[in-house]
Design a binder for this molecule. Structure first.
Ligand code: HXC
Length: 262
């Protein structure tokens, strides 16, 4: 399912949770053109499948993703790089727009494009030995797959500049302190902790969860008035869903917290 380096897998113990498994171990999952293309396809597949209610991004134990493929990029010209960056940005944006809860399970390195991929998840769980960062400055360039934009939105401009100007590797405890990571667990528990973090949403109201995600993400990109308008339209739109009807009827008849959704 999907391709040579990226698979969409079901988690057998957690129905409704799909795993986008990046698997190019010889290059620590570096994002070459093919991996990028397959990530875009995987994002489209999990977005379109109504049986998928939550998603885990996982690269295995040694590395989440060690960045864009430096060997592939090294000799590209300015014109080719414009396209390369665009296709990586588009693939990562497809991940960011998956209309379901998404968590990045980070074991090992999440550097450069790998950190930028993790930024496209709703939540990040990292192992104690994980290393995150934007080391592009050490290659004489800057982040080109959203790092200068999504990182400051998450951790604020000063911390983003610290990471991008220095290119240093950030350990997971510091990443947790600055809000880059939401939960730090033992390395061998990264995958299961990440699954647990999103599995709790699989029985939730899917359309409302998608609306909540889109209202928050789109709202972060605009002024307050426009954001409130986005919220109002999504909120009122949910009054055409069965989940709204079931949720409110359940409250009226049985009290809070008893509703079951489609
Ligand atoms: C290509 C990579 C790679 C990468 C690792 N490898 N990262 N290949 N691109 N980003 C390859 C190595 O060349 C090596 O291949 C194999 O993976 C194992 O890596 P080692 O370096 O031997 O492992 P280790 O000594 O443990 O060091 C791990 C590491 C280091 C600290 C993660 O590999 C490293 O610094 N990688 C580069 C990290 C980086 O700068 N990322 C940002 C990329 S720029 P061989 O064949 O020798 O065994 C970027 C821009 C995004 O992401 C925007 C683009 C539009």
């Amino acid at each position: 399912n999907v391709g040579e380096f990226v698979r969409v897998e079901a988690d057998p113990e957690n129905p409704g949770v799909a795993v986008i498994r990046i698997d190019r171990p010889k290059a620590l999952n570096a994002l070459n053109g093919q991996v990028t293309q397959e990530i875009a396809e995987a994002a489209a597949a999990v977005s379109a499948d109504p049986a998928v209610r939550a998603v885990v991004l996982y690269g295995g134990e040694r590395a989440f993703v060690a960045g864009a493929d430096i060997k592939e990029m090294a000799d590209l010209t300015h014109a080719r790089m414009l396209e390369y960056s665009r296709s990586l940005q588009n693939a990562l944006t497809a991940v960011a727009r998956i209309p379901k809860p998404v968590v990045a399970a980070i074991s090992g390195y999440a550097l450069g494009g790998g950190c930028e991929l993790a930024l496209c998840a709703d939540f990040r769980v990292a192992g104690t030995k994980a290393k995150l960062g934007q080391p592009e400055i050490q290659l004489g360039v800057i982040p080109g797959a959203g790092g200068t934009q999504r990182l400051p939105r998450l951790v604020g401009p000063a911390k983003a500049k610290d990471l991008v100007f220095s290119g240093r590797h950030v350990r997971s405890d510091e990443a947790r302190q600055i809000g880059l990571v939401d939960e730090v667990v033992a390395d061998e528990e990264v995958y299961s902790a990440a699954v647990a973090l999103v599995a709790k949403y699989v029985d939730g109201p899917a359309v409302a969860l998608a609306a909540a995600k889109e209202a928050i993400d789109r709202g972060m990109e605009t002024d307050l008035d426009t954001g409130l308008e986005i919220e109002r339209l999504h909120f009122s739109g949910l009054f055409s869903t069965e989940d709204q009807e079931a949720g409110m009827r359940s409250f009226v008849e049985q009290g809070p917290g008893k509703a079951t959704f489609n």
